[in-house]
Design a protein around this ligand. Sequence first.
Ligand code: GRF
Length: 221
Amino acid sequence: MPHSLRIAVLASGRGSNLAALLAARDRGELAAQFVLVASDKAGAGALHLAGEAGIPTLALDPKAYPDRRAFDLALFAHLAASGAELIVLAGFMRILDGQALAPWAGRILNIHPSLLPKYRGLHTHRRALEAGDLEHGASVHFVTAELDGGPVIAQATLPIEPGEDEQRLAQRLLPLEHRLLPATVALIAQGRLGWRDGVPTFDGKPLAEPLRLGTHGLQPA
Ligand code: GRF
């Protein structure tokens, strides 16, 4: 049997990106085994979803720790103990400590709803509209200590429609996120996307530009 990548997911919210990963696995498009879904919010929809799917879950309350680093070190100790080979942040709404992240360099990804390097942080849809951008999108990047600042590996773009509001734009982007994240993780599971000396690689060569999501999946730009 081919190796299936052991994945842990961190999520703070409803978990639709987690659901998309599980659906891709169920369709046979993602050779993965989900070993843990963890959250900083005990009531997160993502935890509920994971429980229903029979995946081990963990809720850790940041208020139970003296500071951010203590929380992050505890969280990452659980992640290491889960046997995860890859950590996917799917709507995890906390900034992570550099010391906790260091051992995971190149093995931790985030999905962010903007065309990075544009609009790191919050309210990305509103900011794209306010700037009068003609297109918006989502990015998957390797996580570093810099918020939404790690190397971008894959992007999906969406034309902005005249007169649309923040909610509608977010709603139209979400289905693209649900294709982008599983497709990116699948390439990692296949060993095609990787990380060497701080640089993302694709088919063994440094990745100069993020892969682009098209009708036939992810392609080099
Ligand atoms: C997504 O828009 C993701 O890009 C952002 O947070 C949202 C999470 O949504 N980082 P969900 O919890 O996966 O439904």
